[in-house]
Design a protein around this ligand. Structure first.
Ligand SMILES: Cc1cc2nc3c(=O)[nH]c(=O)nc-3n(C[C@H](O)[C@H](O)[C@H](O)COP(=O)(O)O)c2cc1C
Length: 338
């Protein structure tokens, strides 16, 4: 039995956000004291070349767990092939009132309506600079809750410029359900303009910095098939570097009647697994290998990860699976995918 199997029942006794905070604090303490976070080692895996980067293994940490990049080193010790921090916004913001994180235990799901609580991009960068981690770091950027959609592009530009020198890749998050109207940025005309502006800025920054940093777009699982195709076409038109599918869902069909199912927010974990796989499969059909897909949503085992790869993903990310299965999940996936 691994240590997480012992800790999980205790963590699950706590209110969800307290358990989350305590876990991050423990990771930071382990970082500072040099205590091993995970005994043993992660199996060696086949490195993957994706978006022009070499990933030591195919399993990454999804955005949202370490919003401020406050414990990159502790998380890296869990054996991830890459870590995505954020979502970060230009200015700090508190997020929605608590409680805003709920377990739907019966379905191994999580509902969150954090609303991009974060300390702002400047603090995130300080934290990234202080970390020892030399692996692949994704920085996920968003907009402040009080920036209207017509000015959203300015927030993404502020973040892109600031994080550029510190990121291996940047993720543009337009798919969180907890920032009012954010998902409307996925609509064709608006998205086309956003992608064009960000691409032009990336070209300029690449010249200035002498380094090309790939940009990926993170999309929702609740898109109609027509919208997925539209987004795929825009990604190709604007030569985006990657797409992350998917974020959390607003749908509740998989959890109807269960405790907390009626809470507002984005649902993740097992209930989003198949929805996200469908979006990946559809993207893969449309993109025909021209833009790599990072698959995320309900990965709780090596088999789930293999399913995402079979659907067309080149890499995977986990969040909810880590809460329900513990850090052993990273090894299990590596073992299956190697
Ligand atoms: C508590 C929580 C907070 C999240 N915060 C973010 C976020 O800030 N930015 C983002 O792009 N995705 C965020 N996500 C979405 C995850 O990165 C992931 O896309 C989604 O949860 C599906 O994967 P999973 O089923 O493995 O959790 C969050 C998910 C959870 C559960």
């Amino acid at each position: 039995m691994d240590i997480y199997s012992l800790l999980k029942p205790l963590l699950f006794l706590l209110e969800a956000e307290r358990a989350h905070d305590l876990t991050l604090k423990t990771l930071r303490l382990a970082e500072k004291t040099g205590l091993p976070v995970l005994p043993g080692r992660v199996p060696t895996c086949q490195p993957r070349q994706v978006m022009g980067l070499t990933f030591p293994n195919a399993v990454g940490l999804a955005a949202g767990l370490d919003k401020n990049a406050a414990c990159i080193d502790g998380l890296a010790a869990l054996g991830f092939g890459f870590i995505e921090v954020g979502t970060v916004t230009p200015r700090p913001q508190p997020g929605n009132p608590k409680p805003r994180l709920f377990r739907v235990r019966e379905a191994e799901g999580i509902i969150n309506r954090f609303g991009f609580n974060n300390l702002g991009v400047d603090t995130l960068i300080e934290n990234v600079k202080a970390a020892k981690f030399k692996g692949i770091l994704g920085i996920n950027i968003g907009k402040n809750f009080d920036t209207p959609n017509e000015r959203a592009v300015e927030d993404y530009l502020i973040c892109l410029r600031k994080v550029y020198a510190h990121a291996s890749y940047v993720t543009v998050n337009i798919s969180s359900p907890n920032t009012k109207n954010l998902r409307a940025l996925q609509e064709k005309e608006v998205l086309s303009a956003l992608l064009a502006t960000l691409k032009a800025e990336q070209t300029k920054l690449a010249r200035e910095h002498g380094r090309y940093v790939p940009i990926a777009l993170k999309i929702a699982p609740d898109l109609e098939p027509g919208q997925v195709n539209e987004i795929a076409d825009l990604l190709m038109e604007h030569a985006f570097d990657g797409v992350i599918a998917t974020n959390t869902t607003l749908a509740r069909d998989a959890v109807n009647g269960m405790q907390h199912a009626e809470e507002a927010g984005g649902l993740s974990g097992t209930p989003v697994r198949d929805k996200s796989t469908l979006v990946i499969r559809q993207l893969a059909e449309r993109l025909q290998g021209r833009i790599p897909i990072i698959g995320v949503g309900g990965i709780f085992s090596g088999k789930d990860a293999a399913e995402k790869i079979a659907a067309g993903a080149s890499l995977v990310q986990v969040y909810s699976g880590l809460i329900y299965r513990g850090p052993q999940l990273v090894r299990d996936i590596c073992q299956t995918l190697r």
